[in-house]
Design a protein around this ligand. Structure first.
Ligand code: NAD
Length: 477
C-alpha cells in the first residue's frame, strides 16, 4: 500500500527529487517504526514551485470557472474511487482507526465537491452611487499564489478545505503538509495530476524544515496569501512574519472547547455525543471537547455514564478493525498528555478511568476520565490533544457560561439541554466560532469553520470559505 505512494516532490504535475537529495522518515505511530521515506524539500525547491505558481497564476485565473469546477469534480470522483487507498495511508501515518479514516476521506472529498459548486457562483454586486455620480461595480478576483500549511491530525481534510477553495477561486497554491503525515497529501497530488489540473497550479512540498521552506516564501512579494492550520504559537509567529509585507492570512488555530451539560439535558444523548466530541481521533482534534462542565444535579449520572462508555473503547493500532482509539501522533505527545494528567491529579483531581500510557510499542495513552478537577489545573487552560476528559461540576447557568468563556481560545463549544430558551441564551453567550447543540460532531463542508480570539480568524467551507482567496475590487463606472 505505502509502496504505491509517490515520494518525490510534486512541483506542478511532475514528481521531482529534492535538490538536496535528502529524504526523511515517516513514522507509524502504532509501532514507532519508519513506514516510508519522503523527499525533503528545501528553500530552493520552494522557490522553484513559487516561480511556477507565479507564472501560471494569470492563466489559471483566466481559466473559465466552469472548467475549474469540472477539474475539482473529477478530483472528487478520483478521491472517492481511491477511498480505500487514502484511508489506509491515513491510518498508517496518522494512527486513527480505519473507520475514522474512511470518514475523513468522505469529509475531505466533500470539500472538492462543495468548492466545485462554489467556483461557478463567485458573485459581485452593483449599486448606484447615492450622489448620482455613477455606478458602483464590485467584483471579486483571485488573490494570487497561496501557501497552505497544514497539520497532521486530518491529513486529507485539512488540505482539501484549503486547496479546493483556492483552486475554485482561481488561485495557484503551494502546500506544505505536516512532516508527520505527508503521504496522504502526496496521494492527493496524484489525484490532481490525473484530474487534469494544469501544470504548476498545485505543488506539494513535504519537508522536515518547515521554517526554512516557509519563511522565504512568506517574504517573497509574489506570494499573496498564507493559509495556516495548526497551533496558536506557530500561527502567531507566522502572522508576525507576514506582517512585514501585509500578506493576507487565514489562521485556523488551537482550541479549548467547553462542553456544557445542563440538568434538563437528555443525559444518554449527552454522554454518547460527549464521547464522540472527546475521543474521536484520540482527542487530537481542534474541535475536541477539552473541558466538561456538568450541572451538579446530573453530575454523578453523567460521569457514571461516561466512564461506562469510555471503558468499552478498545485501544489498539488503527489497522485492527476492533480498535476504537488509535495511538497518539508521537512519543512527545504521549509525554505531554501524561504531564497534563499528572498536574491535574497533583492538584487533587480524581482518576475515574485510565490516566497513564500503557506499556506497549507505539505512542498510546489510555482513554481517561478525571473528576473533581480543580479550576487551576493546566488541562482546563491548555489544549489537551489526547483522550482525556476532565469533568467539573457547576451550580448554575451563569457559572457554566463564565467557566466556558474563561479561556484565550474560542473555536468550538457544545451545549446539551432540552430547553430551547436556554439553548438560545447559552449559544449566544458562548465566545466561540462554532456551537454544537445536543451533538458532538459539528464539522460540515457547507458550514463556515473557524474561531474567534486566539483560535484564529478566517473561515473554511460554507459560502464564506472561498472569500478567503478572493480580493474585492470596486470599479467606479
Ligand atoms: P503545529 O503548529 O506544530 O504545526 C502545524 C503545521 O505548521 C505543520 O505543517 C508544521 O510543520 C508547520 N510549522 C511548524 N512550525 C513552523 C514554522 N516555524 N514555520 C512554518 N511552518 C511551521 O501544529 P500540529 O501539532 O501539526 O497540529 C495540531 C494543532 O493544530 C493543534 O493546536 C490544533 O488545535 C490545530 N488545529 C486547528 C484546526 C482548526 O481548524 N482550527 C484544525 C486542525 C488542527
Amino acid at each position: 500500500m505505502i509502496g504505491s505512494v509517490p515520494t518525490d516532490l510534486w512541483i506542478g504535475e511532475r514528481q521531482i527529487p529534492p535538490r538536496s537529495g535528502l529524504r526523511f522518515d515517516v513514522i507509524d505511530p502504532a509501532t514507532g517504526v519508519p513506514l516510508a521515506q519522503v523527499a525533503d524539500a528545501g528553500p530552493a525547491d520552494a522557490m522553484c514551485a513559487l516561480d511556477l505558481a507565479d507564472r501560471v497564476q494569470p492563466v489559471w485565473a483566466a481559466t473559465p470557472a466552469r472548467r475549474r469546477s469540472e477539474i475539482l469534480c473529477r478530483a472528487y470522483e478520483l478521491v472517492r474511487a481511491r477511498a480505500e487507498q487514502f484511508a489506509s495511508v491515513i491510518t498508517l501515518e496518522m494512527g486513527k482507526p480505519l473507520t475514522e479514516s474512511r470518514e475523513e476521506v468522505g469529509y475531505g472529498a466533500e470539500f472538492l465537491r462543495w468548492f466545485a459548486e462554489e467556483a461557478v457562483r463567485i458573485g459581485g454586486r452593483t449599486a448606484t452611487a447615492p450622489a448620482g455620480t455613477g455606478q458602483i461595480l464590485v467584483t471579486k478576483e483571485p488573490v494570487g499564489p497561496v501557501l497552505a500549511i497544514t497539520p497532521w491530525n486530518f491529513p486529507l481534510a485539512m488540505g482539501t478545505r484549503k486547496i479546493a477553495a483556492a483552486l475554485a477561486a482561481g488561485c495557484t497554491i503551494l502546500v506544505k503538509p505536516a512532516p508527520e503525515t505527508p503521504l496522504t497529501m502526496q496521494l492527493l497530488g496524484r489525484v490532481f495530476a490525473d484530474a487534469g489540473l494544469p501544470d504548476g497550479v498545485l505543488s506539494i512540498l513535504p519537508t522536515s524544515s518547515a521554517a526554512a521552506v516557509s519563511e522565504p516564501l512568506i517574504r517573497d512579494a509574489r506570494l499573496r496569501k498564507l493559509t495556516f492550520t495548526g497551533s496558536t504559537p506557530v500561527g502567531k509567529h507566522l502572522v508576525k512574519l507576514s506582517a512585514d509585507r501585509l500578506l493576507r492570512t487565514s489562521m485556523e488555530l488551537g482550541g479549548n472547547a467547553p462542553l456544557l451539560v445542563f440538568e434538563d439535558a437528555d443525559i444518554d444523548t449527552a454522554v454518547k455525543e460527549a464521547v464522540a466530541a472527546k475521543f474521536r481521533n484520540g482527542g487530537q482534534a481542534c474541535t475536541a471537547a477539552n473541558r466538561f462542565y456538568v450541572a451538579q444535579r446530573v453530575f454523578e449520572e453523567f460521569v457514571d455514564g461516561l466512564v461506562q462508555r469510555v471503558s468499552a473503547l478498545r485501544l489498539g493500532p488503527g489497522t485492527d478493525p476492533a480498535t476504537d482509539i488509535g495511538p497518539l501522533i508521537s512519543a512527545e505527545q504521549v509525554s505531554a498528555v501524561g504531564a497534563l494528567v499528572d498536574d491535574a491529579t497533583a492538584r487533587g483531581a480524581c482518576v475515574r478511568l485510565g490516566g497513564t500510557a500503557p506499556s506497549r510499542e507505539g505512542f498510546f495513552f489510555q482513554p481517561t476520565v478525571l473528576e473533581g478537577v480543580p479550576r487551576d489545573a493546566r488541562l482546563l487552560r491548555e489544549e489537551i490533544f489526547g483522550p482525556v476528559a476532565p469533568v467539573v461540576a457547576f451550580a448554575d447557568e451563569d457559572e457554566a457560561i463564565a467557566a466556558a468563556n474563561d479561556t484565550k481560545y474560542g473555536l468550538a463549544a457544545y451545549v446539551f439541554s432540552r430547553d430551547i430558551q436556554r439553548v438560545a441564551r447559552v449559544s449566544g453567550a458562548l465566545k466561540a466560532g462554532m456551537v454544537g447543540v445536543n451533538r458532538g460532531i459539528i464539522s460540515d463542508p457547507a458550514a463556515p469553520f473557524g474561531g474567534v480570539k486566539e483560535s484564529g480568524y478566517g473561515r473554511e467551507g460554507g459560502r464564506e470559505g472561498i472569500d478567503e482567496y478572493l480580493d474585492v475590487k470596486y470599479i467606479a463606472l
